[in-house]
Design a protein around this ligand. Sequence first.
Ligand SMILES: C[S@@+](CC[C@H](N)C(=O)[O-])C[C@H]1O[C@@H](n2cnc3c(N)ncnc32)[C@H](O)[C@@H]1O
Length: 272
Amino acid sequence: MNYRHAFHAGNFADLAKHAALTVLLDRMTRIAGPLTVIDTHAGAGAYDLTGDMARRSGEAEAGIVRLMGAGDAPEAFEVLIAATARINEGAGVRLYPGSPMLIAASLRPGDRLIACELRPDDHAHLANLMGERAEILQADGFAIAPARIPGKTPVLIHIDPPYERGDDYRRCVQAAAEAVAKNSAACVMIWLPLKDLETFDRFLRDLETSVRRPVLIAETRLRPLDDPLKMNGCALAILSPPAGIEGPVGEICRWIAHNLGQNGGEARVWNL
Ligand SMILES: C[S@@+](CC[C@H](N)C(=O)[O-])C[C@H]1O[C@@H](n2cnc3c(N)ncnc32)[C@H](O)[C@@H]1O
């Protein structure tokens, strides 16, 4: 496991994923009954953008730093912008919040977060940061999600692997299929990189045949998908999406593509 999210924290893909996650949480915390959120690949929880890894990649400069300085960001970014301002105590953009922090900040009393992180160092950082606000496991999130999903109460599963392994696309689909088999109303958000069309199409076909549920696809393309070695964009596949999220999720993807993409990028939100 070589992947370190600290290199990528606050990049364009984190903005798409994290802003969409806050939109989903806003909708799902309006549903009566306790909400369970399972963050299968939680990372370290918060990232120092002045640290060696973030400075070497420069990705946050082209992401969250641009967003925090923009005067025209749509309302759908409001929660992410507020969380970033809060963690930085209103001064600059030195720290960036990861998915478990953003999730925990949205939950009501009685809701719960289960967060999995396999790397010992990132797991220790996360456990220390979150304290009693979540159940933090050093365990395989692909196995924990189907094992811990409640059968009846509302649930949101966030699947965000590093895609270091060739079978990560398949494992995402499999975890989603197992989750909806146990709780047919489960909302599952899978994040994936967009490199080339063939890989993306294969993932979509697999998802469509394995998970017979409504799926919203949100694509943010920074440039054409013609170089499989580059992350040319990112996508979200949202199973059983709450009503009315197409609008705000579309605004998120469009703002990122237009402001951070090459020649205006491209954004697409559509039903699989
Ligand atoms: C893309 S990062 C997560 C970023 C985080 N979700 C966020 O948005 O802030 C993926 C993380 O998954 C961890 N990881 C890799 N395989 C895992 C597995 N099978 N189960 C749990 N964590 C895993 C990696 O160590 C890495 O920290």
